[in-house]
Write a new protein. Sequence first.
Length: 222
Amino acid sequence: NIAITDINEKYVWGGDAITIDGADMVWIDHVTTARIGRQHIVLGTSASNRVTLSNNYIDGVTSYSATCDGYAYWGIYLDGSSDLVTMKGNYIYHTSGRSPKVGGNTLLHAVNNYWYQSSGHAFEVDSGAYIVVEGNVFQNIGTVVETPVSGSIFTSPDTTTNAACTSYLGHACQLNGYGSSTAYSSSTTSFFSDFSGKNIASASAYTGVAASVVANAGYGKI
């Protein structure tokens, strides 16, 4: 429950707000990041193992944008060599890309987050990314998933397909909500067995996510 702001905003390599590299059982919760020189949250190339990012507010409004439009490009970078990451209840606002970029060997469950206002893309899916995206809201997002996609992603495309989640995540995956956003559909399930035996976050319908996240995400919202 802290705010990390104003880290060398005008310098491209000015520093990250939060960097984790070589860890386990890390919980980052109710953190606000704003006006950051480089990345807001990054998991480095060493194994960070089990990490939860919950109820955080990534504020991408900036006067020094890599895309020259006031939108932060370096949002969240998940690139660990053996990482199991849960993103739940986060408010990701006013970015232009890499929010998140996922690669290395990362199993990501992105559930009930709110992406609002992006001039570029939200997800960048590199080789070694294995992602389930469910119950999220994407509002005014230029492109939800940048193409081409090198890794694996399941975007919970319809209720029939989403039933495949039950055996591995313990529930049928929830549909995502899209408003003025370029959606991307993928039904890749070949990596679902990687979730077996793990503690998996619950998921609720996307319909109440935007209001709940805005009310609860970030510093001082506990």
